[in-house]
Every structure is written in structure tokens, then in C-alpha cells.
Design a protein around this ligand. Structure first.
Ligand code: 8Y4
Length: 289
């Protein structure tokens, strides 16, 4: 287990879990999309000042990473043109880079968006398609950035309509193992790789909780584990509340993920997540006495 993530520009210490705050530059985002739209009546326009304010608050609350995404990956979401995705994310990355010292992650599957985001200062490529799109792997190889490889069954538009596993943890494990091997043989060293089981991406409530329960098994890949649980339907399906009211449930599930070895927590609620990480870290230290 490597204790640092190498992004080319910095080494992120993962001796303790760290928090990644979500900056969604998408109009349909449940937490901040419409807040980031300048004129809700008109075509979606990214408000850079609002995105920057959000990133700044995240940093003040203790996030070490901000994840900027412009392609909605919510269940049922449709694809958008690359130009639109670029228009959404690049100005935000440039503004964050110019004003804050925080590691920027780009949530995209497009090689072109990756390239321009890296040029603008992104240090992590967070790809829900695990670098499977054309040229995505070579863009990552030719840069110094870190990559997050996530498991998904199907595609966002339809993934929650039909999913099928014989053994979800085995299938997700083998997928990640294969993608990690592809990255390593293409020239990405293990210090630059994160893995993610992809909660909610083509998975039932039961699949998600089975993966959560067996998260520690993924430690055998000897790579840091990122988890994205925040406000997802795996919480909503249990507490029966809309996304903005899923904080307590999300933190409870985050505690379980931390207990099972999660190293990076992707969240809409940085302050609460940092508190949970502090409680977990104190508990971990107390265990060792
Ligand atoms: C309710 C709330 C229903 C949220 C669905 C969603 C992950 C991720 C997303 C993740 C990594 C989302 C970009 C989807 N989730 N990246 N991205 N891991 N690495 N759905 O789990 O939040 S967006």
C-alpha cells in the first residue's frame, strides 16, 4: 500500500483518509447545478464565480481535492457534445487553478476534455469509464497526472434499468484488476492509480451494500480506494428522503467505508465528511494503544 498519491504536481498523503469535494458544472445536478447556472431560464451557463466560491469553501472546510465535472452521470442522463462539456469545465478549472492551492480532479471520459483540463491544471483524471474511451489511456500515460479507475456496468442513461451480476464483488474486482493492469503496462505507475467500485453505477441497493461490506477485499490490489456515496440512491432508497436530506445517511455509510479502508471520500458535504474522517482517525489510533 502506497501512502502517497502522485499527481505530478504534488504527493497527496493518504496515511489518513482525505476528502474530495464535488463541483458539478451540470444543469441537472441535484446539489449545485442550478446554483451554478447564471440564468436558470436561459441555456445553461456556468457561473465561474459561484464555482470558485464553492471550491474555496471546500478548501476552507478541509478538502484536499475538488472534482470538477461537466457531463452529468446521474442515472438516466444523456450525453452532451464535447464542446459543451469543455465550455462548462475548463473556465472553472482555470479559475480554481489561478486562485486556490488545491488538487483539481477532472470528472470526464473524453480524451479531449482530459487533455484540455490537464493543460488548465487538473492533476487527477476521474473517469467513470476507467479510461476505456478512445485515446483516454494514452492521454493519461503521456501526462504525469493520477487516474481514478471506476467500475460501471452499462452506461449512465440506462444503467439503473438493467444490471446483472453472478457475484458483484468478484466481477467488480476482476474489472478493476484488468484496468489496473492495462494502466500499468501502458506506463502508469501504481503511485498514480486510484480504484473505485462505483457505487450506484449499474447496481442495485443490495449490490451497493455488498460492495461496501467487502470493500476491504479490494485492498489486495494494493491501491488507494476512492468512494462516492454522497446523497446517492443507495442512501435515498433506505432513508426515503430527497438528495438534499441524505447527509446523515451518507455520513453513516461513509463511516462504514472508512472502516473498510476507503482512502478518499468524494462528497457534496465536505465539512461533515471531514468531521467523520476525524472521528474515524481517532478511533483508528485508539485501537492501536
Ligand atoms: C443520487 C446521487 C443518484 C448521485 C446518483 C448520483 C462517482 C464519480 C460520480 C463515484 C467516482 C452520482 C463522477 C454520479 N459518482 N466518480 N462520479 N466515484 N470516482 N450519482 O462514485 O453522483 S457522479
Amino acid at each position: 500500500m502506497s501512502f502517497f498519491l502522485d499527481t505530478g504536481k504534488r504527493q497527496i498523503d493518504l496515511s489518513y483518509p482525505v476528502c474530495m469535494g464535488i463541483i458539478n458544472a451540470t444543469p441537472d445536478s441535484f446539489s449545485d447545478g442550478s446554483e451554478l447556472a447564471k440564468n436558470p431560464e436561459d441555456k445553461f451557463i456556468v457561473d465561474i464565480d459561484k464555482a470558485l466560491f464553492r471550491a474555496d469553501s471546500f478548501v476552507k472546510q478541509g478538502a484536499l481535492i475538488v472534482d470538477v465535472g461537466g457531463e452529468s452521470t446521474r442515472p438516466g442522463a444523456r450525453k452532451i457534445p464535447i464542446e459543451e462539456e469543455l465550455d462548462r469545465v475548463i473556465p472553472i478549472i482555470q479559475a480554481i487553478k489561478a486562485n486556490l492551492d488545491v488538487c483539481i480532479s477532472i470528472d470526464t471520459s473524453s480524451a479531449q476534455v482530459m487533455t484540455e483540463a490537464i493543460n488548465a491544471g487538473a492533476e487527477i483524471v476521474n473517469d467513470i469509464r476507467a479510461l476505456s474511451n478512445a485515446n483516454a489511456l494514452s492521454v493519461a500515460v503521456d501526462s504525469q497526472v493520477a487516474v481514478c479507475l471506476m467500475h460501471m456496468q452499462g452506461q449512465p442513461r440506462t444503467m439503473q434499468q438493467s444490471y446483472r451480476y453472478d457475484d458483484v464483488k468478484q466481477e467488480v474486482f476482476r474489472f478493476l484488476e484488468t484496468r489496473v493492469a492495462a494502466c500499468k503496462s501502458a506506463g502508469i505507475s501504481s503511485e498514480r492509480i486510484l480504484i473505485d467500485v462505483g457505487f450506484g453505477f449499474g447496481k442495485s441497493l443490495e449490490h451497493n451494500f455488498e460492495l461496501l461490506k467487502y470493500l476491504a477485499h479490494f485492498k489486495s490490489l494494493n491501491l488507494p480506494i476512492l468512494v462516492g456515496i454522497s446523497r446517492k440512491s443507495m442512501i435515498g432508497g433506505l432513508v426515503n428522503r430527497p438528495p438534499q436530506e441524505r447527509l446523515a445517511g451518507s455520513i453513516a455509510a461513509t463511516m462504514l467505508a472508512l472502516g473498510n479502508g476507503a482512502n478518499i471520500v468524494r462528497t457534496h458535504d465536505v465539512a461533515a465528511t471531514v468531521d467523520a474522517i476525524k472521528v474515524h482517525s481517532a478511533y483508528t489510533l485508539a485501537e492501536m494503544l
